[in-house]
Design a protein. Sequence first.
Length: 427
Amino acid sequence: MPGKVILGAQWGDEGKGKFIDIFAAKADLVVRSQGGNNAGHTVVVGADKYKLQLIPSGILYPNCVNIIGPGVVVDPRNVLREIDGLTAKGVSCDKLYIDARAHCILPWHLELDALSEAEKAKDGTAIGTTKKGIGPTYMDKSERSGVRMHDFVDADRFETVIREACAYKNRVITGVYGAKPLDADAIIAEYRPYADRLRPMVRDTTILTYEAVKAGKEVLFEGAQGTLLDLDMGTYPYVTSSHPVAGGCCIGSGVGPTAIDSIMGIFKSYTTRVGEGPFPTELFDETGDYIRNAGGEFGTVTGRPRRTGWFDAVVARYAVRVNGLTDVVINKIDPLRGLDKLKVCVAYKLKNGQTITEFPANFMDLVDCEPVYEEFDGFDEDITGCRTWSELPASVQSYITALERIIGCPITMLGVGPARDQVMTIK
Ligand code: GDP
Ligand code: IMO
Ligand code: MG
């Protein structure tokens, strides 16, 4: 396994946390390389449910080193809350490290995320962000005015850095949005203890990751969000502000592409999306409600109902291509139980009458496009107890075999329930 990427191949929430947790049992190191606490990765172990946002999903294994890499954006208050929550449940965070280069999400980022969304909502162009300050923090990083972890935990510089950044952002908050300025003194008083607590965890994690790779240890790169939310490859502007595609793992963890041996893309057997933006196979009828309820499709971070629709193989083929997937997982098959027919979108018929099979670069092409479907028989059996291919009903086998043919990448694992053991390896 050395150098294995596990990433979301749709619009997020595919079940990455479950699969990272499963593979982390044999891993030495798990690294997150992008995003922040906009992610919500669920790991179910027996009766316990862990909803991890920033902390890598290898944290439940005491021997596994868990790294928040250079490309991640870190909300100090939130990560400490997460650490405290895990510690209270008896999970040790002693082997958790944060890269010195990671940028901090600070109160003005949260404020600006909310103000920008409210402004856009006026003309119906809001993104539907998680309001965790992700976009504004990555904006500051690109603008080269951000606060990095090494600045934040520097006891001598802390106050100056916060005061200067807050003053600059207050000019935007008051000048552009006409909102009230933030109180730098209050922020300094609240955040100084956070800096003190985080200081021992902050280091150059790229050395740890590199040494692990070099020594042939098992290293997992944990994707957050999903391919179609990628800043470049996703449905821009309805995307997140980082790079969930496979290439983002290298940039955001500080190791070269040669560190990676395999890239596993996680799909659900249907599609979901949270927030705004195009979604060609979205269902607005009772089948969409059925899938939402059966799959428990409500946001891990925001609690928002997820939009639901049929499996989109145009998206899937695109994800195989832009990530260079070596294999695919079809997760969450069990929620489809009870549906008479299962549909898979194989092409889009555009408004101008043209039919396309490649995912378009301009999301406007997707507006009012009509999905072209292939149809398969559904299943009525409870498959949550199945652990081998031969135990699956024939119609499920046909559905998976068809998906593999249509998307053109080996399907190696299936998910049939939220628990660690509700998976099967089929190749
Ligand atoms: P992630 O962000 O990709 O880690 O996924 P989330 O945790 O946000 O969302 C996946 C949800 O589906 C969680 O509530 C999981 O517990 C649940 N889940 C994961 N795999 C399965 C599965 O195979 N079947 C069912 N029914 N639920 C699953
Ligand atoms: P995991 O890792 C699903 C979506 C938001 C919004 C858009 C931009 O759990 O799969 P942001 O707050 O990032 O600026 O919001 O991206 N989004 C996610 N959707 N799963 C996620 O993470 C997401 N992280 C962000 O809903 O549409
Ligand atoms: Mg999630």
